[in-house]
Write a protein that binds this ligand. Structure first.
Ligand SMILES: NC(=O)c1ccc[n+]([C@@H]2O[C@H](COP(=O)([O-])OP(=O)(O)OC[C@H]3O[C@@H](n4cnc5c(N)ncnc54)[C@H](OP(=O)(O)O)[C@@H]3O)[C@@H](O)[C@H]2O)c1
Length: 180
């Protein structure tokens, strides 16, 4: 059985029992995520989609992303991956590894909401990626990891062009892991 030990623990990834992990991110054309621990664009439609997809679910975020949120996200379980055992805000819960986070989900999907370090850690085990890709390039210091074309297929893609309704065009893209 293949194993991933990158989270400091040992996560089983048998193909018939792959953990249900979805990554959700907003990226620019170069897979840029943010700068100085903050987002660099404001896209209300992306925030609405994020809320709609994740409400009621268990979220996993890195400690830096947790700090950038300013509070726990309401209506969801907020798990924070950290080596410190400390969380920045009330309503968040520290976890020490991806395996630890998966054990908190009772078999439900785990939504990995960033940032760059946590996406890199979780991508090899993920089965779905929900991307909002903005039609621009920004000055960023954090990136989403490369998405191998032969491992992922686009199952949904909708483009929303810039215009009177919005300054910034974007696409909503759902990718699913290719299974053999
Ligand atoms: N565009 C988007 O959709 C999106 C989404 C989320 C975040 N972001 C952006 O991404 C940036 C933050 O990302 P980042 O990569 O700098 O930080 P991050 O992934 O949010 O957090 C990194 C922290 O996670 C903890 N960590 C990482 N690997 C770990 C492991 N194996 N075991 C235990 N703890 C571990 C460590 O916390 P400790 O130091 O406490 O141990 C580490 O400092 C910000 O700019 C934010 O705005 C963008």
């Amino acid at each position: 059985m293949p194993r991933d030990q990158s989270a400091g623990g040992c996560v089983s990834v048998a193909t018939d029992a792959r953990p249900r992990i979805a990554l959700i991110a907003a990226v620019d054309r170069q897979l840029g995520l943010g700068k100085d621990n903050t987002l660099v664009w404001h896209l209300p439609e992306d925030l609405r989609r994020f809320k709609q997809l994740t409400m009621g679910a268990t979220l996993l975020m890195g400690r830096k992303t947790a700090e950038s949120l300013g509070r726990a996200l309401p209506g969801r379980t907020n798990l924070v991956l950290t080596r410190s055992g400390q969380v920045p805000y009330a309503g968040m819960q520290a976890v020490t590894s991806l395996q630890d986070a998966l054990e908190q989900t009772n078999g439900e999907r785990l939504w990995v909401i960033g940032g760059g370090e946590i996406y890199r850690l979780a991508l090899p085990l993920a089965d779905e990626i929900h991307l909002t890709r903005v039609d621009a390039e920004f000055d960023v210091d954090t990136w989403f990891p490369p998405i191998a074309k032969d491992e992922w297929q686009t199952v949904e893609s909708e483009h929303y062009p810039a215009g009177a309704e919005r300054k910034l065009g974007f696409s909503l893209i759902t990718l699913r892991r290719v299974t053999n």
